[in-house]
Design a protein around this ligand. Structure first.
Ligand SMILES: [Zn+2]
Length: 124
């Protein structure tokens, strides 16, 4: 599997990341699911707030400063936690949690309420 490497740029509001959409297309996953995983995994730098993620056509913006390696590490963590089948180790878990290789069902670890922290903007 030839995954594009996500690259982050720090901004005043957090981090802008490119290549995530291309990576989720290779994985056969909606970008929104990866965005939910990121909103769930990355702690907010501000007190009493949750990290928000906004999906734009050409990039993804997250309301937290990420390290240089952060975007790539988040993509790897997403694959290991949400795409890899714990039974046969294939990258073959569907969005429904059922592995297309061995049929094992694995629950999605991303809590559904995280969706409220993710927005999509259709125009730049
Ligand atoms: Zn499997």
């Amino acid at each position: 599997m030839n995954l594009p490497t996500p690259v982050g740029t720090l901004t005043a509001k957090g981090t802008t990341i490119v290549n995530l959409r291309a990576a989720t297309e290779v994985l056969g996953r909606p970008l929104e699911h990866l965005a939910c995983f990121m909103a769930w995994q990355v702690p907010s730098p501000l007190p009493n707030t949750r990290t928000s993620v906004v999906i734009y056509p050409a990039y993804v913006s997250i309301s937290a400063p990420l390290s240089h390696e952060g975007p790539r590490q988040l993509l790897v963590a997403y694959i290991e936690n949400c795409v890899r089948c714990p039974a046969c180790k294939g990258l073959s878990r569907g969005l429904d949690g059922i592995c297309t290789q061995c049929g094992t069902q694995t629950p999605d670890p991303v809590p559904p309420e995280v969706r409220s922290q993710v927005a999509e903007v259709l125009d730049d």
